[in-house]
Design a protein around this ligand. Sequence first.
Ligand code: ATP
Ligand code: MG
Length: 331
Amino acid sequence: APRILSGMQPTSDSLHLGNYLGALVNWVKLQDEFDAYYFVADLHALTVPTDPAVLRDRTRKTAAQFIAGGVDPERSALFCQSHVTEHAELGWVMNCLTGFGEASRMTQFKDKTAKGQNANVGLFTYPMLMAADILMYDAAYVPVGEDQRQHLEITRDLAERFNTRFGEGGLVVPEPYIVKGSAKIQDLQDPTSKMSKTGSSPKGLIDLMQDPAKIAKNIRSAVTDTEAEVRYDVENKPGVSNLLVIHSVLSGTRIEELERAFAGRGYGDLKKEVADVVVDALTPFQKRMAELLDDPAELDRILASGADRARVVAQATMARVRDLVGLVPAA
Ligand code: ATP
Ligand code: MG
């Protein structure tokens, strides 16, 4: 089967609904069709200054959430990025292929620094490490959300550049894998921005691990607009549209159908129903999480065996890359 690869950063104790609907549910579906590699991007998370104990805890929690969401570590390689040290090495090679101006045009860096996130050089070179993550596994496809499209573009450019400079067949140029009907979820308090682990305020998030009463409360206080009509219109009604998307994806009801069902009813009704739909979806997930976190040794074993699988591919790629770029073999 063709190989796919995707990852998430352990930048929070909990993934949010955007991570879940925009990525995790797709990962689960794709593992039937593809040779899937899923990883916790702990090296990427170092771009956000974090207490070491907290980072360690979040890394395990993130891996557990992949499993609770349905990633099957028997079928898919589930691992920590830092366990496969080749990622950092290939990341360096990618840095050396990237123009400074090219890196400066990456919008994630601009968005995050504009929001006041402490900018270190690691955040600046994030797309090059991400390119390394992907190219390491000869991934044919990369399932990513809309917010990562630009990073996938630079990954493709870098792979092509590498092949032009060092020889065809060096690196596989990956295609984005946009899952049909895949949702982008917006911040509840700032519905023109995407929901983000590091960018959203606590009230802007629907965290997968949060207690149901808090989830309902956040949804009840979601920003809407001054009209009273439940209608999908991203331009003029981003808040209401976001709630409709959340409902639609989780309940499997088409948006037009929801508009009809909520005709003549207020935003309060919509919010209440969205909260119910979200809480119903998350109840089994939270139950599974509690079991997984109860057995951290088992979780570490799963991650170790996933890293063993990933390392086999990564070492082969790095041997090829080292040779092609002209590094002298160690022995
Ligand atoms: P951070 O703020 O630390 O960047 P994040 O919320 O953007 O966190 P990532 O770990 O960067 O999450 O991304 C993990 C996956 O979730 C990626 O595939 C990304 O496309 C997807 N994703 C992130 N936010 C959303 C969102 N709001 N809607 C849909 N998908 C999303
Ligand atoms: Mg992100």
